[in-house]
Structure formats: structure tokens, C-alpha cells
Write a protein that binds this ligand. Structure first.
Ligand code: ATP
Ligand code: MG
Length: 422
């Protein structure tokens, strides 16, 4: 029996790998323009690193991590925690007061595999450590937007502020009060977690939870003065850089370490896997991991989702310049017959091509392939004499004989039009 790759784990084979290379090259180019340096970390880390940074009551730590239980080590589910661990371990803050770092590599989460959701997936992750300046928040979002724009991917940018340890407790209380009355109607996860992590209820994807929190208090109205000013300054920065965005009071992100700015790049073209990238500020996290009191902000983009979007675009482009039928006449007599036939087919509305140069079948098939023809009608001289031609479906490679009669063009139209409508 053949051994296959694990469910949710994928090979990237020639034909697809070129797109990955394009995305990575574009990212490296943009990151360099914004003055970022690369860093690479190991895949295995101590489990505690993720429990302490991402948070115990999160989806990732509760149920998505690949952990070797007997050894207390975990395959990294994201890059930020490892990157900060390395930053602290190597004293990078001493070398440079502001570090701008990026890393690209595989991450591991045990979730249900779907289109755009794998168990081994890849992130491009960027982090700026050492400054609370709201301009950096705007600059980072602008960089993400620039990268996606350069790749030809359309997204919307949504953002929010989660406040800080001064103002979040007040909001948390207001939210807890609000949730308390509606607890019965929340999903199992939210009901269980509402005490430990009430903010997560706000971005639960369950439709009934969504409905329940529609009128929930907004964190944006609970920000302390400093956080309010920071939030405003980030928005001013985005406006200065001409970056389109919208505010989303429900966006709290699935990781506990965020403070103030959070944001997501959202696509409408991947169904439930809507987030192409996401990030935010985490001003207390370096300290929490045993490092200096250094603020930070970063984001991660998912390579699989970007590559999927690029593939969908390619397919659409191919679809739009396809032709319906290539009429291949072999020899003078057959070409003589094909010439007015092509004209009739065009009159019925079919996108039709033919060769006038008397080329070989092989060469005409090549032309048909290049034009992404859905069908090729092969008319040979002998067949013509016997009143038959061959119709080849280029998608399925199936061939059928078709009678050369007065109704040939309407017969063809009938065969070709079902796919035509789709
Ligand atoms: P989602 O809401 O889709 O589960 P997330 O909030 O868990 O995303 P993050 O932890 O913020 O995602 O990771 C940043 C990016 O990494 C996501 O926006 C997405 O593009 C990508 N990503 C996350 N999990 C996966 C996965 N299992 N498979 C593929 N890409 C992923
Ligand atoms: Mg997730």
C-alpha cells in the first residue's frame, strides 16, 4: 500500500512552487524596503513559551498545539513567541534600540483541514520591537497592504484597539455584565470561557453568539485617554499614507497578548478562511517572557491563503481568454470545408479559431492548447469523404465522432453550450 502525507500536511510540487517563490521574493523585497532584517528560529520550543505568551484560554493553546507531552515541548503554532524568545535570549535590544525583524517558515496547528486551513502551514511574520510610536502601527499596516497590492491581491483592512491594562479591565467588566444575561444562548466554548476570556465571545464565529453580541459595548468607547490618543494617531497615520481601513469593534484576535492596535487583512474570496493576515501591538509581552520592558507590534500573513488567491486569479484570467472551439482542417479539402464552418460557428456566438496555413495536426493542437480551447474539431480528408469528423473535449480528453451534415454547426452548438452557460 502507498504511504501518503498526513491529513492537513501538503507537498509543494513544481508547478505550484513557482508561485510560492514569487510571493516570498516579493515579500523579501518589500520587507527590505521597510528596513527589516531576517531572523530564523527553531520549530520546537518549550511548551511554556506558548502557554505564557499566547495564553492558556485560547483555541491555540487549549486544543491546536502539537505537543510532546512527556518532553514538555511543542511545535510552534505561530512565530511571535519564538521570535521574542530569540530576541531576549540574544540581547537584540542592546544591539539596536529598535529592531525590525521578519521570518518566513512553517507553523503547526491541529485544526480541521479545509481549503486555506492546514495543519502545517506557512507564515510570513514581521515584528517591530522597541517603540510604542503609533506611526509604526500605521507603517506596518501600510507595508502589509503594499505587499498584497504588489501581488495583485485585493483585501480590506479592519482594525480595532484593545486598550491597555489601565482601561481593559473596565471594558471587561462592562462586557461580563452584558454577557451574563445572555450566557444561556452562547455556544459551549463561549459559555465555558466567558469568565476567563470574555473578549473572545466578541469574535466567536457561531451565528447565535454573533447575534447575541451585536449590541455589546464597544472597547473603542472604553479606551483610557492615552489609548484613545494612540488609536487616533494610528488612524491619522493611515490617512497620511493613504491606506484604506475600517474600524471593527468585534475584532479581538485569538491570542491573549495583544494591547491597543489589532488588525486583519480580510479577503472575500476564500469562504470561511477570510483572514489573509493579522496582527497587533503587544506592549507587555517581552517583559512577560522575561525580557526588558520593550513595546512591540507585528503581523503574520498566511502563505497558503495568498497562494490560493493567486491561483484563483490565474484560473480566472485563463477562463476569460478561453476560446470555445478550434476547427482543425487537415489538408486542402478539409480546410476548404472548415473555412465557412468556422464562420457559421462564429455567427452562432461561439468563440472560434482556425488555422489558415495548412499546418500539421500536431501544430494545430498546440495552437488550440495555447488558446485554451475547450473543444477541437478535427476534420481529416478521409473522414470528410466518409461524412464524419472528430470532436475532442480538451478538458476530459474524450473524443467523439460527429456526423458532417447540414446540421453540423447546430449539433456543435448543442454539445458546447451546456458548459458555455456555467
Ligand atoms: P483564523 O481566524 O483563520 O483561524 P487565526 O486568527 O487563527 O486565523 P493567526 O494566528 O492570526 O490566524 O495567524 C495569522 C495568519 O496565518 C492568518 O491570517 C492566516 O492567513 C494564517 N493561518 C492561521 N492558521 C492557519 C492554518 N491552519 N492554515 C493556513 N493558514 C493559517
Ligand atoms: Mg485560527
Amino acid at each position: 500500500m502507498k504511504i501518503k502525507a498526513l491529513n492537513g500536511f501538503k507537498d509543494i510540487v513544481p508547478g505550484e512552487v513557482e508561485l510560492w517563490q514569487k510571493v516570498e521574493e516579493t515579500a523579501r523585497d518589500i520587507f527590505a524596503r521597510f528596513n527589516f532584517n531576517e531572523i530564523r528560529m527553531p520549530i520546537l520550543e518549550k511548551t511554556e513559551l506558548f502557554a505564557r505568551s499566547i495564553g492558556e484560554a485560547t483555541d491555540i493553546v487549549e486544543k491546536e498545539m502539537y505537543t510532546f507531552v512527556d518532553k514538555q515541548i511543542t511545535m510552534r503554532p505561530e512565530a511571535t513567541a519564538s521570535l521574542l524568545r530569540a530576541y531576549i535570549q540574544h540581547g537584540l535590544h542592546v544591539q539596536k534600540p529598535i529592531q525590525r525583524l521578519f521570518t518566513i517558515g512553517p507553523m503547526f496547528r491541529h485544526e480541521r483541514p479545509q481549503k486555506g486551513r492546514l495543519r502545517q502551514f506557512h507564515q510570513m511574520d514581521v515584528e517591530v520591537l522597541g517603540t510604542p510610536n503609533p506611526r509604526v502601527d500605521a507603517e506596518l499596516m501600510a507595508m502589509g497592504a503594499m505587499l498584497l497590492e504588489e501581488l495583485g491581491i485585493t483585501v480590506s483592512l479592519e482594525m480595532n484597539s484593545l486598550g491597555c491594562p489601565v482601561c481593559r479591565p473596565g471594558f471587561r467588566e462592562a462586557l461580563l455584565d452584558f454577557i451574563e444575561d445572555r450566557k444561556e444562548s452562547l455556544c459551549e466554548d463561549c459559555a465555558r470561557r466567558s469568565r476567563t476570556n470574555p473578549l473572545r465571545v466578541l469574535d466567536c464565529k457561531n451565528p447565535t453568539c454573533r447575534e447575541q453580541v451585536e449590541e455589546a459595548p464597544s472597547i473603542q468607547e472604553h479606551l483610557c485617554e492615552e489609548c484613545g490618543e494612540h488609536f487616533q494617531a494610528v488612524q491619522d497615520g493611515l490617512q497620511q499614507l493613504n491606506v484604506q481601513y475600517s474600524l471593527n469593534k468585534f475584532m479581538v484576535r485569538g491570542l491573549d497578548y495583544y494591547s491597543r492596535t489589532t488588525f486583519e487583512f480580510i479577503t472575500r474570496d476564500l469562504g470561511a478562511q477570510a483572514a489573509v493576515g493579522a496582527g497587533g501591538r503587544y506592549d507587555g509581552l517581552v517583559e512577560k517572557l522575561g525580557g526588558p520592558k520593550v513595546p512591540g507590534i507585528g503581523f503574520a500573513m498566511g502563505l497558503e491563503r495568498i497562494v490560493l488567491l493567486l491561483q484563483q486569479q490565474e484560473e480566472k484570467a485563463e477562463e476569460s481568454d478561453r476560446i470555445d472551439i478550434f476547427v482543425a482542417g487537415l489538408g486542402e479539402k478539409a480546410s476548404e470545408f472548415a473555412f465557412p464552418l468556422a464562420h457559421t460557428l462564429r455567427r452562432t456566438g461561439l468563440l472560434t479559431a482556425m488555422d489558415h496555413e495548412g499546418r500539421s495536426l500536431k501544430s494545430q493542437m498546440k495552437q488550440a492548447n495555447k488558446a485554451h480551447a475547450r473543444y477541437v474539431l478535427i476534420i481529416g480528408e478521409n473522414e470528410l469523404e466518409q461524412g464524419a469528423a472528430v470532436l475532442r473535449n480538451m478538458e476530459t480528453q474524450e473524443q467523439q465522432e460527429i456526423a458532417v451534415s447540414d446540421s453540423l454547426s447546430s449539433d456543435l452548438l448543442e454539445i458546447l453550450s451546456p458548459a458555455q452557460k456555467s
